[in-house]
Design a protein around this ligand. Sequence first.
Ligand code: 2NE
Length: 278
Amino acid sequence: MDWQRSGEYTDIIYETAQGIAKITINRPERHNAFRPRTLFELEQAFHVARDDSAVGVIILTGAGEAAFCSGGDQKIRGDDGYVDETGADPVADQGIGRLNVLDLQVQIRRIPKPVIAMVAGYSIGGGNVLQVCCDLTIAADNARFGQTGPKVGSFDAGYGSWLLAQTVGLKKAREIWYLCRQYTAEEAERMGMVNAVVPLAELESTTVAWAQEMLEKSPLALRMVKGAMNTVTDGAAGMQQFAGDATMLYYMSEEAQEGREAFKQKRAPEFDKFPRRP
Ligand code: 2NE
């Protein structure tokens, strides 16, 4: 793939090629642990990918072969969240403790395009929660999955526990969180936490092939199916997302456009010409 790099980032890399956006967490010296700045940049990159109508599928990955992501950067963890060094960035660095990975999890869940986690090496702690939030996961055979929260004085009692339980079942999710063990890629596949395991050398080509297969499908159909998977469990927020999609589709109909045109032309709308469907 001839990846084209764009954007000004320090902690991530944003690239696109042939309808795919690839977002790479680029802190390999810390096994791609994230700090607030990393998450602000990831949010920005996902926003760019969402807005780009040429992009149909998004890949989230980590730099290097040793880690996808090792969660929150414990070396900059303060007493009320993760704190960037002061001075480097006027927004991220205010000495304020943040847990802004939670915003990213919601963003991945709501973005109306499939997101694939491409996992080589460690997928640990908050990093594993991120891959759980992605629509699909392709793992290299060197991948290792696990939660560490109760070992390092942390937990993710939101998507990190509930969505994991929905994905692998309650008993297994409890085991993963209570024991803080690591699991191989094959074990993760058996428990339904990843879709496929491939040799490390084939990780990107396989992930791209899965993305290309989805790019051949109807974008609106994929959008609606993704939304539908979340509607029931996301309550009012899920309904609001689905209703927003329904509104978008209605706006695209001649019936809705007749209402708009009638208003602009200062006349009564002629809705009679549209069928009242059974
Ligand atoms: C991932 C793991 C198991 C790898 O172990 P190993 O032995 O292969 O590598 P090593 O030497 O531990 O790591 C390599 C370098 O990366 C740093 C290490 O400190 C080391 O650098 P040096 O100290 O040698 O300079 N590194 C790795 N992970 C880091 C991290 N998360 N923060 C800062 N530096 C990190 C092993 O490294 C490990 O267990 N890492 C910690 C995993 C972890 O506990 N993550 C946080 C969970 S809590 C969380 O993510 C969270 C949440 O629960 C709720 C909200 C938000 C976040």
